[in-house]
Design a protein around this ligand. Structure first.
Ligand SMILES: Cc1ncc(COP(=O)(O)O)c(C=O)c1O
Length: 376
C-alpha cells in the first residue's frame, strides 16, 4: 500500500534526534531550527521527557475520560502555576485544529450566536470550523462551503473590527498570538487591548490562538501576555507535548460546562498528560523562558546584520527573517549544503525560525555563518 501523497517532502529521513540536532542513518547531523513546525519545545528526546513518558507507559498509557485521570488535574495545576491563569478551566484534546474547533463551539454555546471574526492571513487548522476561520480558500473542499459566516478583518485595523462587531451578532473573534503560517505578523499590544474591550462591549468572546506562539515560544508563557490582556479562550497544542500529540483550551470561568458539551476519546490520556507535564517541568527547571528572551535578543541583532535582510519579524524564538526575494532556494541551500532545517510561510519571502526553546547561542552560529556565506 502506498501513502496518500499530500506532503511535498525533502529527500532525507532522520532516524534519531537529541536536543537541537537530528541524525540520519548515514550519520549525517542536521541543526534543527524549525522543530517540525514549531513543535519541539524542550529539545528532541530530552532525558526527562523520555523518562516521564516511559514511566507512565509502564503504569497505564490510556483509558478514556469515563474514569478519573488524576494526571489531568496535575497538568491543570502546573499550567495554572506557569501560565498564571488560576481560575480558568482546562479542556484537553489532541491537536491544534481540535483546540480551535472546541474553542469556537464554546464561544457559540456561551453567546448563542454564530458569526465569527477572523483576521486576514490567519491559520487555525484544517478541520471544518477551523478551516472556515483560516484565510486560505485553497484548503477547502466543496463540503466546507456555506459553513458559518466569517467577517474578515485586517490585522491592526480598528475601523474594520468595529464595523464587523457593530451588529452584536458575533460569537467570537479569533486571533493568533503571532501569525505562524501567515508569516509572523502580529497585532500590536494596543490593538489587542482594543480588541479585548470591543469584544466585551459587544458580548463576543475573544479566542487567542496560542497553538504555535504559546508554551514559552514568545518569551512569555503566552504571546498575548506581552500585551497584558486576558482572553476568554486560549488554545494550545504544538509545544505543549514536544511532539506527543496533545492540545487544549483554557476556558474563562464564566463559561459553564455541562455533560456532553465537548468530548474526545483520546484527549487528555495518561501518556499525553505525562508528555506535557515533562514539558512544563523542563520549561521551569531549565529556565527556558529566560533562555528564549536572552537568545532572541542576540540573534535578532545578528540577523539584522546579514546582507539583504529586510526585517526580522516575530518575538522570542518565533521569528521570521524577511528577504527582498523568495526564500525557497535559500532554504534548500541551508538544508542540503549546510545541514540546517528552517521553515517557510505563506509569505514567500519570509524564512521561519522556530528552534527548540533550549537552543544555545553557540548552536545558532553555524546558521548565521551560513546565511552570511550564501547571501554575501
Ligand atoms: C496558529 C495555529 N493554529 C492552529 C494550527 C493547527 O494545528 P494542528 O496542525 O495541530 O491541527 C496551527 C498549525 O500550524 C497553527 O499554527
Amino acid at each position: 500500500m502506498n501513502l496518500f501523497d499530500v506532503y511535498p517532502k525533502y529527500t532525507l529521513s532522520p532516524t534519531s534526534a537529541k536536543g537541537t540536532f537530528i541524525y540520519t542513518d548515514e550519520g549525517k547531523k542536521y541543526l534543527d531550527l524549525y522543530g517540525g513546525h514549531g513543535v519541539i519545545s524542550i529539545g528532541h528526546s530530552h532525558s526527562h521527557y523520555v523518562k516521564r513518558i516511559s514511566e507512565q507507559l509502564s503504569k497505564i498509557g490510556f483509558y478514556s475520560n469515563s474514569i478519573d485521570i488524576p494526571i489531568q488535574n496535575e497538568l491543570a495545576q502546573r499550567l495554572t502555576e506557569q501560565s498564571g491563569y488560576s481560575d480558568y478551566k482546562l479542556f484537553l484534546c489532541n491537536s491544534g485544529a481540535e483546540a480551535t474547533e472546541n474553542a469556537l463551539k464554546l464561544a457559540s454555546f456561551h453567546t448563542k450566536k454564530k458569526k465569527v471574526i477572523a483576521f486576514k492571513n490567519s491559520f487555525h487548522g484544517r478541520t471544518a470550523a477551523a478551516l472556515n476561520v483560516t484565510d486560505n480558500p485553497k484548503l477547502s473542499a466543496p463540503i466546507n462551503e456555506n459553513n458559518f459566516e466569517v467577517k474578515w478583518v485586517e490585522l491592526n485595523n480598528k475601523n474594520q473590527l468595529q464595523e464587523a462587531l457593530s451588529q452584536n451578532d458575533v460569537c467570537a473573534v479569533i486571533i493568533e498570538g503571532i501569525q505562524g503560517v501567515g508569516g509572523l505578523d502580529m497585532a500590536t499590544d494596543e490593538y489587542l487591548k482594543f480588541l479585548q474591550d470591543e469584544c466585551k462591549k459587544h458580548d463576543s468572546l475573544l479566542i487567542l490562538d496560542e497553538i504555535q506562539s504559546g508554551f514559552g515560544r514568545s518569551g512569555k508563557f503566552f504571546a498575548h501576555q506581552w500585551a497584558n490582556i486576558q482572553p476568554d479562550l486560549i488554545t494550545m497544542a504544538k509545544g505543549m507535548g514536544n511532539g506527543f500529540p496533545i492540545g487544549g483550551v483554557l476556558i474563562h470561568p464564566k463559561i459553564e460546562a455541562h455533560y456532553g458539551m465537548l468530548g474526545t476519546t483520546f484527549g487528555g490520556n495518561h501518556l499525553a498528560c505525562a508528555a506535557s507535564m515533562a514539558v512544563l517541568e523542563v520549561l521551569e527547571n531549565e529556565n527556558l523562558l529566560e533562555n528564549v528572551n536572552q537568545i532572541s535578543k542576540k540573534i535578532i541583532e545578528e540577523f539584522k546584520n546579514i546582507p539583504s535582510v529586510k526585517q526580522v519579524k516575530g518575538k522570542g524564538l518565533m521569528l521570521g527573517i524577511e528577504m527582498p526575494f523568495p526564500i525557497k532556494e535559500l532554504r534548500q541551500k541551508l538544508l542540503y549544503d549546510h545541514h540546517i532545517f528552517t521553515g517557510a510561510s505563506a509569505n514567500p519571502n519570509v524564512l521561519r525560525v522556530l528552534p527548540p526553546l533550549s537552543v544555545s547561542y553557540a548552536e545558532f552560529e553555524p546558521f548565521i555563518k551560513a546565511l552570511h556565506k550564501i547571501l554575501s
